[in-house]
Design a protein around this ligand. Structure first.
Ligand code: PMP
Ligand code: GLU
Length: 396
């Protein structure tokens, strides 16, 4: 018999849809895939070369659990350069992906009886990871018309004696929204007053459009920094999803506790990938500009096309490679006599009948929406949007 914990856990829906999309393509079906949340670019050559060099030099053994010093130094330098934040080595941990860092963090911060505030729409893995720590996710509804902001007044209503933390993710998956400086200030102030931890997932920091300049909440006030743990990684910025390197920065007691969990579970992140991550962080950064330029063209096209579908509205993302169009006005219609009443039903219809893979909004806590990743070629985007338009027209 499996544990209750295992029985109540389902696989990550984003990864499940991506796997389904790939399996159908392997069967020879022409699927337009908007599922995968990973850049479609190859990892830059100088990063690959650093890994090859590491192998050839025999850098293939255990490393310190929390990562090697040259990588911690490269991460420290990144925070100084990009965010004006100063950290020491003992305030940095390298994990097997950003997701692993978040999992360890929730395990060390939260326990039964704790409440953790998470704005909706949220990245699919936050609530399950909070529950795996026996804590309770407390979800705050945010709205398209309000730029998906969390204000101090909104947050206040959800803080109780049990509240231990708040999870921020900006630019956000699945919407691509960012919090205003004013709201970050208000959230930080409430965190200080109520002794809350701020978990700031800034993994999409560099994937930003229209001149948006990311400001980490930790850099606004030292009192915020003292209670913030930034989680980050190289997966998205350098197209390194398969290398599994993430990192976190925060108070040293928390980082040490995360390292203890890591030492009893995974040990160090891959030695070879750590050397590649040093090359990514310390090497030329022009790859990012090239990738973001391409993403911006795709975003402009996709948002324009989605908005041209009658009844569909679409927030224009300020960052990430996702769009989160609102299909609520279309839901409730029927396809060949079958009612399409939910984002899951619409997702199924799109995949089965129109060979287009998307992720239903309900998985992000928002019914009636769909998430489309535009980390795929313009050719696939054009094909997929034509199919979505056909599906919308076929609903009556
Ligand atoms: N946070 C968010 C919001 C994400 O979308 C992802 C992507 N999976 C991650 C963290 C973790 O990324 P990874 O584990 O690949 O570094
Ligand atoms: N973050 C990506 C996504 O949301 C990758 C899949 C995952 O880890 O959830 O699609």
């Amino acid at each position: 018999m499996l544990s209750e914990r295992a029985n109540s856990l389902k696989p990550s829906p984003t990864l499940a849809i991506t796997a389904k999309e790939k399996a159908l393509m392997a069967q020879g079906l022409d699927i337009a895939g908007f599922g995968a949340g990973e850049p479609d670019f190859d990892t830059p050559q100088h990063i690959k070369q650093a890994a090859i060099d590491a192998i050839n030099e025999g850098f293939t053994k255990y490393t310190p659990v929390a990562g090697i010093d040259p990588l911690k130094d490269a991460i420290i330098e990144k925070f100084k350069r990009d965010n004006g934040l100063t950290y020491k080595r003992e305030e940095i941990i390298v994990s097997c992906g950003g997701k692993h860092g978040l999992y360890n963090l929730f395990q060390v911060l939260f326990q039964e009886g704790d409440e953790v505030i998470v704005p909706i729409p949220y990245w699919v893995s936050y609530p399950p990871m909070i529950e795996l720590a026996d804590a309770k996710p407390v979800l705050i509804e945010t709205h398209e018309e309000e730029d998906y902001q969390v204000t101090g007044a909104m947050l206040k209503k959800y803080i109780t004696k049990k509240t231990k933390g708040i999870v921020l993710n900006y630019p956000s998956n699945p919407v691509g929204s960012v919090f205003s400086l004013e709201n970050l200030g208000a959230i930080g102030k409430l965190a200080v007053e109520n002794n809350l931890y701020i978990i700031s997932d800034e993994i999409y920091e560099k994937l930003a459009y229209d001149g948006y300049k990311h400001v980490s909440i930790a850099s606004i006030d030292n009192a915020f920094k003292e209670r913030t743990i930034i989680t980050h990684g190289v997966s998205k910025t350098y197209s390194m999803t398969g290398w599994r390197i993430g990192f976190a920065a925060g108070p040293k007691e928390i980082i040490q506790a995360m390292s203890n969990i890591q030492s009893q579970s995974t040990s160090n992140p891959t030695s070879i990938s750590q050397r590649a991550a040093i090359a990514a962080l310390n090497g030329p950064q022009d790859f990012i500009g090239m990738m973001v330029g391409e993403f911006q063209k795709r975003r402009d096209y996709l948002v324009g096309e989605l908005r041209s579908i009658q009844g569909v509205t679409c927030y224009n993302p300020k960052g990430t490679f996702y769009v989160f169009p609102n299909f609520n006005k279309i839901l409730g219609k029927s396809y060949k006599g079958k009612a399409i009443a939910s984002s899951a039903a619409l997702t199924e219809l799109l995949l089965e009948e129109f060979h287009t893979a998307v992720v239903p909004g309900v998985e992000f806590g928002k019914e009636g929406y769909l998430r489309l990743s535009f980390a795929t070629s313009m050719e696939v985007i054009k094909k997929g949007i034509e199919r979505i338009k056909k599906a919308a027209e076929a609903l009556e």
